[in-house]
Structures are given as structure tokens and as C-alpha cells.
Design a protein. Structure first.
Length: 183
């Protein structure tokens, strides 16, 4: 099972503080583990302020005003990760056939100069699983999975992504419960 380019949807019973009601985009999933970003937990800080505080140059961060970064996960919470569409030419870019995650500041500079990727999401931290760990969590009914698309990743308000991901599975979010059913 390879879940690269899929989203994990936390089951309602998940009580973990980081992953409760989370939607996690999995950029990479293979025999060595999984790497992804939570895409639906906005941080309180305005993205323009965050980029200005992290960058030592004089970038014009107006392009980021009104946007929020998201909490990408509990690993390396102080580091920025940019989930984005093509082009995939930035330094420190990890990509699959659909999207990429870049960790270098040159992508932020390109976005500020308006020649960066069309779609992007900035996160602090990432989510990671060791070999077999995610598969075990899925077997324990901690996660549902749905194929990722641009609408879910970039075209939806972060607060609406959990409900949209559930709907993409054909499930009525009002009926989504952590309680086991009986037939």
C-alpha cells in the first residue's frame, strides 16, 4: 500500500492533541515510512509577519498578508515547509508526481517577487511515521484515506478541509462518528 499523494483523515475517536480532526497530506509513503503535513490547523500568526520574522532580508511580504501558516505536525515545529504545485525547481525540494514540499527560503523569495508556484501552503513542522507505523495506525482505525487534489490542498479554507475530505469519501460529515456500527 502506497499512500503518497493521499490525505489521512483522523477518525473522530482520535484524541491525540496534534492529530484530532486532522487532515494530513502525505507527500511520501514507502517502506521507509511516511512524510506529510497537516493542512487544516491554521496558526494564529499572520503569514506575512511570520515570514518577516524568519527572514533576514528585506522581502516584500505583502503577498502573504491575510494568509495563515498551518501547523504541519509535531516534528521540527520551528522549521518552515512549503507545500506547492509546479514548478519543482527549488533547492531542497522533495516531490512526487503531483506536488512538492520545499524547505529552502528561495521559494518564499520567489513568491514575494510573484514568480513562485501558483498554489502553495506554508506550514511549521511536519508529520512523520517510521516503517510500518502508519499501516498499523490505519489497521487500528485511526485514519481514513482519500486521494489528494488541488481543491482540498489549496482551494479550501483550512477550517473546512476536514469536512470536505470526509465528503470526498461519500460520507455525510454529520453521520461521521467514532462509534462502531452494528449490522
Amino acid at each position: 500500500m502506497n499512500l503518497s499523494n493521499h490525505c489521512l483523515i483522523a477518525m473522530p475517536a482520535m484524541q491525540d492533541a496534534y492529530f484530532s480532526k486532522a487532515v494530513v497530506y502525505l507527500l511520501q509513503h514507502d517502506s521507509e515510512g511516511a512524510f506529510g503535513l497537516i493542512i487544516n490547523k491554521p496558526l494564529a500568526t499572520d503569514l506575512a509577519d511570520l515570514v518577516q520574522a524568519q527572514d533576514d532580508s528585506s522581502l516584500d511580504t505583502k503577498v502573504f498578508e491575510g494568509q495563515q501558516a498551518v501547523f504541519g505536525g509535531p516534528v521540527n515545529k520551528e522549521h518552515g515547509f512549503v507545500l506547492h504545485t509546479a514548478p519543482f525547481t527549488w533547492a531542497h525540494c522533495l516531490k512526487n508526481n503531483h506536488f512538492a514540499v520545499t524547505t529552502s527560503g528561495d521559494i518564499l523569495e520567489a513568491i514575494c517577487q510573484r514568480f513562485g508556484p501558483e498554489n502553495y501552503l506554508v506550514s511549521l513542522g511536519y508529520s512523520g511515521w517510521g516503517p510500518g507505523q502508519l499501516e498499523q495506525e490505519i489497521k487500528q482505525n485511526s485514519w481514513l484515506t482519500v486521494e489528494a487534489d488541488r481543491e482540498l490542498l489549496f482551494g479550501t479554507d483550512p477550517y473546512d478541509k476536514y469536512e470536505l475530505a470526509i465528503k470526498k469519501l461519500g460520507i455525510n460529515p454529520e453521520m461521521f462518528t467514532g462509534e462502531p456500527g452494528r449490522a
